[in-house]
Design a protein around this ligand. Structure first.
Ligand SMILES: C[S@@+](CC[C@H](N)C(=O)[O-])C[C@H]1O[C@@H](n2cnc3c(N)ncnc32)[C@H](O)[C@@H]1O
Length: 218
């Protein structure tokens, strides 16, 4: 996130991220967005407790609709599914248009976010994988700029994570292989319509490609 200026954290829950960043960077202020009353109140309480009411403003509302275009330079949206994050970005084009950077942490389906970036003129400038308590978290930073078409593997695993062969990439690919195996197992017990058979063939092909990708990692 920027170290000065103003950013918005959407779906902030207890506002932990904006509180941390604003305390760390004296030139930074934030807007917190929450759609649910309970977390919105929790964010207000936390901001008050840290005596940050003059630097963090809490707003109740859906996604980026709480912002006027140009009100913040950057937005973070963390801890939601990739499809939800993508929908939040798509619902407010006028706000997105004025942003300089976006930090996203999709819990699932990160490819939805990366494909949105590729289709909408955003460049992936940083990607990180973090492991905590056996779970993997993906963080993606986007900046306005020439977007690049992505292969299916790049959309799923991240072009930068693949290029840099991130130390946790092996764990991430194994996770995807297990997910594939679980879906295949379920489909084996479904009525074998043409669609189901087609999906099974796709997943079997994906398993082969994921295994090859694993072997290619140093
Ligand atoms: C799992 S929490 C993540 C909290 C925090 N961002 C984090 O990463 O720890 C997801 C939060 O997003 C909020 N949320 C979900 N959809 C939203 C939307 N469209 N607009 C604003 N907040 C939303 C939920 O109410 C919930 O508090």
């Amino acid at each position: 996130m920027p170290e000065a200026g103003r950013f918005a954290d959407i779906g902030s829950d207890h506002a932990l991220l904006p509180i941390y960043l604003v305390l760390k960077h004296p030139e930074l202020s934030a807007i917190v967005g929450e759609i649910v009353e309970g977390p919105y109140r929790a964010a207000q309480r936390a901001v008050t407790k840290h005596e940050l009411v003059d630097r963090i403003q809490c707003r109740l509302g859906d996604g980026l609709s709480i912002l006027r275009p140009g009100e913040v330079q950057a937005v973070s949206i963390c801890g939601m599914g990739g499809g939800t994050i993508r929908a939040i970005l798509e619902q407010s084009p006028a706000v997105v248009q004025e942003l300089e950077s976006v930090v996203l942490q999709p819990n699932t389906n990160a490819s939805a976010v990366r494909l949105w970036a590729a289709d909408n003129g955003w460049t992936i400038t940083n990607e990180q994988l973090l492991a905590d308590a056996g779970l993997l978290y993906e963080v993606i930073r986007l900046e306005k700029g020439a977007s690049k078409a992505l292969t299916a593997m790049e959309a799923t695993f991240g072009p930068l994570l693949l290029r840099e062969q991130h130390p946790l990439l092996r764990m991430r690919i194994k996770e995807e292989l297990s997910r594939c195996g679980r879906v295949l197992e379920g489909l084996k017990h479904a009525v074998q319509t043409e669609d189901v058979q087609q999906r099974r063939a796709q997943l079997e092909q994906l398993q082969i490609e994921l295994s090859q990708l694993l072997q290619q990692l140093k």
